[in-house]
Design a protein around this ligand. Structure first.
Ligand SMILES: Nc1ncnc2c1ncn2[C@@H]1O[C@H](COP(=O)(O)OP(=O)(O)OP(=O)(O)O)[C@@H](O)[C@H]1O
Ligand SMILES: [Mg+2]
Length: 702
């Protein structure tokens, strides 16, 4: 609870005064609510006993009530003759009140008319009702205003922080869980501020106010009326604990459902392809089942709690009615030390106590809901603070950067060691120099650390040992913005964002003109495809670019990279997901992109490396070979065996499989006419051998 208070205090900066104002409004509203019930007593008491006057309990009302003693309201006050003064209601002594013997010995005298008191009380009711309505409006508006601003601020802060946190941290998180924090957890805090806090404060004030006023009117009657309060408190607290624990478990189970649903829906293609629907349904059903059980338990507790409190309320009513009625009927009551004299309570007081009792039980009944709200908000605040407290990714250097904003692109690794987990290095001492403008290919078996090496250049992860420099300056010395603006990335599966095609390309360089965007698209070999779309460059891209083929997505990403015009280009298997035809188109686009840049291209398929100056071969986190295609082939080392293995595999497959497969493979390397000419007299195995040999023309690597 203390944590929640501190959290709210910290995050309400700028709105604290408004929060205090909302609290003051709540105090005023509760007071007016409590006072609004008193005129009820006035009317009932005055009607049942004309001597029982509001000024008996509240002497300061005497002069105010005199204004209402007019013949307009009470014709009996009209003088018999015009020139005579107005008649006064007859003087009478106030009834005795239970709190003092003095009222019995020296009763107060009063003289107000019944109609006057009724009209006065009705007016008071109207005034308090109006005031109440105004205060409720202000307090609700203020609390909603504060809650909305708080949740907007928290969401923006959290989202910003999530984008800044390191890939290291993100690797260990579930996306569904993070989305839950941004949406549900913040909504919980918002709900507490907009509904809960005001209700809680109002509840506490009502409890205190009711007890004070009841004690003021009749202390003995109050003590007896509240006889069941300890039992009520006991029940409230024991149930509240259970309901709170159940709410916590329920929130956790809901998070799990969100996780599983997000994961499965993201992988829907795989689910359908492997016909995993039943299995996934079963898993999902298990989580839903857990949630249902916890929800039922929480519901059961709530279902028991509400009628229990209601029944205790009825017991309280029986006590108030019983004692009140007995005393009002002219009999005295004595319970232990508490004694109430005969007729010291009238019908009006009885009605007032009944009304107050109702007001007393409502906050108690709400207490369990409020603690659930508070507990949800607390766990939400903890989960949000946990993210906010994380140090952002690679810390920005404190040394002011005064170097150029456009880098040349000379990259050097010196004995770089890095691992995702401590003591488990993935890169085990990489030493490597890529001069500016050089095109280097990185090959090696799966898991050897190629992608990891590439990710270190834009500082997605921090190296653990050694040094990584660009243009002879440690990467850590560049502001992240400068560093990353100088690097373009094209990955295996490029992501497009919701928005138009134009906006997606423009992300490469904010503020680029349409002409520049079209120019980039033309170079990326995608302009014509875009122009064929119904809205051209203004065509809407659906979530993650689902309305584009993988090849089109890659070419759009290449257009983005061309526009970015960064000196360093990292290509991580940009054609791995494409079929042969799309691959050819993308390779064509890439040929334009790589001109004049330092290029590090990673590829499994040695046939898709394109023209490179040098090949680096990685194995188990180390660079084991380095050289031109010819040199490496001659060396008969790792690269040569990789090449041989790929050749053998491809040939075996081509011989085994249908013609469609061989055709698919050779599209990447031959023009269609050549292909048709070459294939005419051959078997499928033979076709492939010829085509494959053509695809590995040595000049590609020379
Ligand atoms: N985010 C990560 N968290 C923990 N370990 C990782 C992470 N990414 C990769 N690894 C591990 O690091 C090693 C190298 O992975 P990396 O992705 O660099 O290999 P790769 O050479 O690019 O492989 P591939 O050719 O299959 O893409 C692997 O053993 C992998 O399990
Ligand atoms: Mg990889």
């Amino acid at each position: 609870m203390l944590f929640l208070c501190k959290f709210l205090y910290r995050n309400l900066k700028g709105y604290r005064l408004l929060a205090v104002l909302a609290m003051l409004m709540t105090c005023a509203q509760v007071s007016s609510d409590l006072l609004a019930t008193i005129p009820l007593k006035f009317i009932v008491s005055k009607i049942s006993n004309p001597r029982s006057d509001p000024s008996c309990t509240f002497p300061f009302l005497d002069s105010l009530l005199t204004v209402f003693d007019t013949p307009v309201l009470d014709p009996s006050l009209r003088p018999i003759h015009r020139d005579q003064p107005l008649r006064q209601p007859p003087l009478a002594s106030c009834p005795a009140i239970s709190s003092g013997m003095n009222s019995v010995i020296h009763p107060r005298l009063t003289h107000h008319s019944v109609s006057g008191v009724i009209v006065f009380s009705l007016l008071m009711l109207a005034v308090f009702g109006l005031l109440n309505a105004l205060l409720i409006y202000t307090e609700l508006f203020l609390s909603t205003f504060i809650a909305q601003h708080l949740s907007a601020r928290l969401r923006e802060q959290l989202f910003d922080q999530l984008q800044r946190l390191s890939m290291d941290w993100h690797d260990g998180q579930k996306k569904g869980d993070l989305v839950q924090r941004v949406t549900v957890n913040i909504a919980d805090i918002e709900k507490l501020v907009s509904d809960g806090l005001i209700d809680l404060l109002a509840g506490i004030l009502t409890l205190a106010g009711v007890v004070v006023i009841m004690l003021f009117i009749s202390s003995g009657y109050t003590l007896l009326s509240l006889a069941i309060a300890p039992l009520l408190f006991l029940i409230v607290f024991s149930y509240t604990g259970g309901i709170k624990a159940a709410a916590k478990k329920k929130a956790k189970a809901a998070g799990k459902i969100a996780d599983v649903a997000t994961e499965d829906l993201q992988a829907l293609t795989v689910v359908k392809a492997f016909t995993l629907e039943k299995r996934k349904n079963l898993r999902f059903r298990n989580h839903v089942g857990t949630y249902r059980e916890i929800g039922l338990h929480a519901g059961r507790l709530q279902a028991q709690f509400t009628p229990l409190v209601s029944f205790l309320g009825v017991l309280g009513t029986i006590i108030v009615l019983g004692i009140g009625g007995y005393v009002a009927a002219g009999k005295g009551v004595k319970f232990g030390l508490v004694a109430i004299g005969a007729s010291t309570i009238d019908i009006g007081t009885l009605v007032l106590f009944l009304t107050y009792l109702k007001m007393l039980y409502q906050p108690m009944r709400d207490l369990s809901k409020l603690t659930t709200l508070a507990s949800n908000a607390t766990s939400g605040a903890e989960r949000i603070q946990e993210v906010l407290d994380r140090a952002p990714e690679a810390a920005e250097t404190s040394v002011p950067y005064e170097g150029p904003h456009k880098l040349k692109g000379d990259i050097s690794f010196e004995n770089v060691v890095f691992g995702y987990l401590k003591d488990q290095p993935v890169l085990k001492g990489i030493t490597l120099h890529i001069p500016a403008g050089r095109r280097v290919a990185l090959v090696g078996s799966s898991g050897s650390g190629k992608t990891t090496l590439a990710k270190l250049i834009p500082r997605f992860y921090e190296i653990q040992q050694g040094s990584l420099k660009i243009d002879d300056v440690e990467v850590g010395m560049y502001p992240l913005l400068v560093l990353r603006q100088n690097i373009s990335l094209v990955l295996q599966d490029s992501v497009l964002f919701e928005g138009t095609v134009r906006e997606n390309i423009e992300m490469g360089r904010s503020g680029a003109t349409l002409e520049e965007i079209i120019e980039a698209a033309k170079k990326a070999n995608i302009h014509e495809t875009i122009m064929r779309l119904p809205d051209g460059y203004e065509t809407i891209v659906r979530e993650q670019g689902n309305n584009f083929s993988a090849g089109q997505r890659q070419r759009l990403a290449i257009a983005r990279a061309i526009l970015r015009d960064a000196p360093i280009l990292l290509l991580d298997e940009p054609t791995a997901n494409l079929d042969a035809e799309a691959e050819a188109a993308v390779m064509h686009a890439l040929n334009t992109l790589v001109v004049g840049r330092t290029v590090l291209t990673i590829s499994h398929r040695l046939s898709t490396l394109g023209r490179v100056d040098e090949i680096l071969v990685m194995q188990h986190g180390q660079i084991v070979e380095q050289g031109t295609f010819k040199q490496l082939q001659r060396k008969k080392g790792v690269f040569a065996s990789l090449l041989e293995e790929q050749n053998r595999y491809a040939l075996d497959r081509a011989e085994d499989e249908t013609g469609i497969t061989s055709q698919r493979l050779c599209f990447s390397c031959l023009r269609k006419e050549d292909f048709v000419k070459a294939t005419a007299p051959l078997t499928f195995g033979g076709i492939f051998r010829q085509v494959y040999a053509a695809s590995h023309r040595k000049d590609q690597f020379a």
